[in-house]
Write a protein that binds this ligand. Sequence first.
Ligand code: ZN
Length: 439
Amino acid sequence: MAFEQTLLDEDFSNIGQKLYAFAELMYPVCRSITGQGVRDTLEMVREKIPLTINQVPTGTQVFDWEVPREWNIKDAYIKNSKGEKVVDFKNNNLHIVSYSTPIDVTMTLSELKKHLHTIEKQPDCIPYRTSYYSESWGFCLSYNQFKTLPEDDYQVFIDSSLEEGVLNYGEYYIAGESKEEILFYTHICHPSLCNDNLSGISTVTYLAKILTEQDLHFSYRFIFAPGTIGAISWLSLNEQVLPNIKHGLIVALVGDSGKLNYKRNRNLSSEIDRVVCKALEDGNKEFEILEFSPYGYDERQFCSPGINLDVGRLTRTPNNSYPEYHTSADNLDFIKAEKLAESLQAILQIVNILENNKIYINVSPQCEPQLGKRGLYDKTGGKQGVEQNAFAMLWILNQSDGEHSLLDIAIRSGLRFETISNASKSLINCGLLKLVNKA
Ligand code: ZN
């Protein structure tokens, strides 16, 4: 048994609804790089897949970084002199700058303004801001609200804590036939933002759930961790695992209506880049391939020179290139069930190629073997063209000299990987192909 290609032909609209509903469930949680919100989110994932939730204590040295103190928050608001809450964390957790230190003071508008963040160009949106590595506090609000704040004495109240604690991440491993593994990584540190991070968490969770039920050649590892410090912590604590990682993908921002974007990894001739490009091409939807750059999400860590794994990144519209990015407009209206489903389907197509890509040798290579007598070929001569399946068989027989994989043949012939893979099965069944290697 192997990864079932028929999985790709199923109707994904139902699963799109599930992906969306899971994002909706996680939406209210106030996540950050540490704290209860991260644990609550990981618990939600654990209800769907058997996730291990790990913890790394504050102060742990992880390569050039140190695990920070744990941040938790119960309440935060700004009250005017009449006692009315003008900004309330309980209405939207983006109102508080992540990692804000506790405070309870009264101040003038001009003092307060030094701690307020807005986006003038998007006057209705609340920005998302963090202050992980420098102690400070602040509030975020829409520019429209900001400009109507009158001169007054404002009570600023933040009931937060910044203490020794832990950084959490979740991990799930599916053992396949081979020790070689494929890594999927998604970040989990953003509060109520949908495309940027809930779409990734939801998609990777359901991917893991689907792959659990498959017979797999490769082993699969799924990591749900805070951005940057989470990836650095995981890499630093799991160096013994790294030699097993054959390919990997960062999955994030996969729920918006833009086309899929694949960002190549650091190594110019890597297999994962070829696999993803072919999968997206076969998907028959618009997509774009981006060159590698040492900026973006956690591909920065996986593709650093001392780690140097073949880890690419799959998003829809990339970070920073849509106006809703890192604002309150990245909400439940911004992501779409059918786009989440389409992203998951593309990832399954990638897995399909990884799982079913093999190298064969044609055992009858002197001239073409006679396909007709084996029932593989339409015997009526003179017809225009050759049907796709026969065409695929001819390509496979021609290229299977022990050097070229099915993926190589699919790329060179311009045929879909699935067509090549199915045709190879007929040739194996009649003894014309012999397996050389799993690519
Ligand atoms: Zn982000």
